[in-house]
Design a protein. Structure first.
Length: 360
């Protein structure tokens, strides 16, 4: 089958191969025919080493499709079910999933029961990004790693929920808990940033400022709910205009750069919340004064997968989509075939798109 493979960490392109084979689903697993998969900046982060990912590996983690086969003991899914792939599944029984009510932080399928290899080529096993590998015509997931959805939900729309939309909107709604009438600033107007803007709008923010280097993205941000949209050079001016110079109630960093995270913290008012959504490099450090942390009483919080419980939150977002409160169609800038994936990566790196969807 077709799949896009990262041969070596540091490569700036993926190899599209047509001779990749799928390892059959085992007990407690399902085989998914991937119909659509989003091209996410985290895929590039896996390519350049920001996100640890051994190579070779089939990349992709934001996908949706149809169950083709089920492994032994699977009773909760059947052939023909429409599903969204979950790249960080909750096991449902650990302390994070039950006693702490933080299923997004479950590490069972990262460490204790890793989802492992599911592809091979020429007799050699190939890994998969985050255990998902949605840049392939088919993948295998544990039953905990898929969420069943209604058949009338378009699968291209559903694929976006699997990562970018849930991450951004969830950061605003679940992690930071944006309040009605509040002021918000969002750094980065890509897929995750636009989703954070939409999440803040849904939560009732009064002012939402989008910040991006690309003027074209600023126009797009206004379409999705930003009341103001500026380049980084104009942040101080808009902070004065919107907050009287006091700073924003909530600031979101959706890029993954330490200096921008520090800037988001500085743009937050005393007692406000700075939410880090972007994935930065391990060696990228941020400095804070020991006194300012005490005196400012700001909340600095990371957001992993939007603080989501995928088993319920995916459906909440889909209901918001169906009632017109969450614009997902408008987020799809381009539709690609798998052999166009490297063009899509270039477009994303140049900042020309919100989200691109690969159709199989």
């Amino acid at each position: 089958m077709l799949a896009a493979i990262l041969r070596n960490v540091g490569d700036d392109t993926l190899e599209v191969a047509d001779d990749v084979e799928l390892i059959a689903p085992g007990p407690g697993q399902v085989q998914v025919k991937i119909t659509h998969t989003g091209l996410c900046h985290s895929d590039v982060s896996a390519m350049n080493g920001t996100i640890p990912q051994p190579a070779p590996a089939v990349l992709g983690h934001e996908g949706a499709g149809i169950i083709e086969a089920v492994g032994e003991g699977v009773t909760t899914f059947a052939e023909g079910d429409h599903v969204i792939v979950v790249w960080s599944p909750p096991c449902g029984v650990c302390k994070f999933c039950t006693g702490r009510n933080q299923p997004n932080l479950c590490t069972t399928f990262l460490f204790d029961r890793p989802m492992g290899n599911k592809f091979s080529q020429g007799g050699n096993e190939i890994g998969s990004m985050a255990g998902a590998g949605t840049f392939a015509e088919r993948t295998v997931m544990p039953v905990e790693g898929v969420v069943k959805i209604e058949d009338d939900i378009p699968l291209d729309i559903a694929s976006l929920i699997g990562c970018g939309v849930m991450t951004g909107a969830g950061a605003a709604i679940n992690t930071a808990k944006v309040t009605p009438g509040s002021s918000v600033i969002v750094y980065g107007a890509g897929g995750v940033g636009i989703s954070a803007i939409q999440g803040a709008r849904i939560a009732g923010a009064a002012e939402i400022v989008a910040v991006d280097l690309n003027p074209d993205k600023l126009d797009q941000a206004r379409h999705f709910g930003a009341t103001h949209a500026v380049t980084p050079d104009d942040v101080d001016e808009v902070k004065a205009e919107v907050t009287g110079g006091e700073g924003f109630d909530f600031a979101f960093e959706c890029i993954g750069i330490g200096s921008v995270m520090r800037g988001a913290f500085d743009a937050t008012r005393r007692g406000g919340t700075t939410c880090i959504v972007g994935v930065g490099r391990m060696e990228d450090m941020i400095q804070f004064s020991a006194f300012e942390l005490f005196f400012s009483e700001k909340t600095l919080v990371g957001s992993y997968y939007g603080g989501t419980d995928v088993r319920s939150d995916f459906h909440k977002l889909l209901r918001l989509y169906k009632t017109g409160k969450l614009d997902l169609e408008g987020m799809i800038s381009k539709r690609l075939k798998i052999d166009e994936i490297n063009d899509g990566i270039k477009e994303m790196l140049e900042g020309n798109v919100v989200r691109q969807v690969i159709e199989f």
